[in-house]
Design a protein around this ligand. Sequence first.
Ligand SMILES: Cc1cc2nc3c(=O)[nH]c(=O)nc-3n(C[C@H](O)[C@H](O)[C@H](O)COP(=O)(O)O)c2cc1C
Length: 269
Amino acid sequence: MENFYELAMSRKSVRSYDGRPLTAEDAKKLLTFMETPENPFGIPVSMKLLEAGEHGLSSPVISGEKFYAAGTVGRVPHGEEAFGYAFERLVLYAWSLGVGTVWIGGTMNRETFEQAVGLRAEERMPCVSPLGYPAKKRSLRDSLMRKGIRADERKPLTELFFDSDFSTPLAAGDGLERTLEAVRWAPSAVNRQPWRILRRDGLWHFYLKRSAGMVNDAVGELQRIDLGIALCHFMLGAEEAGLSPKLVLEDPGVALPEDMAYSASVSLA
Ligand SMILES: Cc1cc2nc3c(=O)[nH]c(=O)nc-3n(C[C@H](O)[C@H](O)[C@H](O)COP(=O)(O)O)c2cc1C
């Protein structure tokens, strides 16, 4: 993706929109992008562009939006990560057009959205996002929410990236400094940043550090979506650094505390 680093570092959740519908040009570009959602898991993800008024779509935390993007994925292992990866590519692409987004997995009337996408029993619609132009000023609710969630802060790199074992923080980024920073600033549910990354034997292994109460039937495991988003930032960043990232499922079998689980690995060779 062109200008990935700048896009990743300048994106913020937009909950206050200016009330303008998408221009015909932006809607067309977004629709084209949404026709072929990409993810390295090879799991099909589909996306739809929905007019809010036509389908009665809204969210109590969002104002001034006219369009939503909603995505679906099968109820399969790694479906959440695949969805997270594909939908985050859309989020970044939208931002390249000046179109704001915010991941919404909880604060919406889920049933209305599921009906609007025509959800089938074997699928999930984990998250949606408004698509529109940011208002000049954030709504009070938006500002309070950002404060409550500490949306402008992230954990330090030393709590996220490790070398060979989880007691040794990664010291040098090996030319991947911008990539690691882009992973650090990725969006996550309630800004929990549940990703932990272990560089070991030439691979970058991604782990989930679970918080309680983040699994349900409609979404699957919400924090695995966050993992997909982190993988997306890592792989797009590595590509921009001139490398050829490949997703591999090679659990190195490291002993883990109960609240951690392996997700997937990336080879940069
Ligand atoms: C999977 C996922 C689900 C989210 N669900 C919601 C939601 O239901 N409502 C909401 O207002 N924000 C939601 N967010 C947005 C996060 O709160 C936001 O990304 C985080 O606080 C970081 O802020 P930033 O995106 O401005 O960097 C969600 C984010 C992710 C990744």
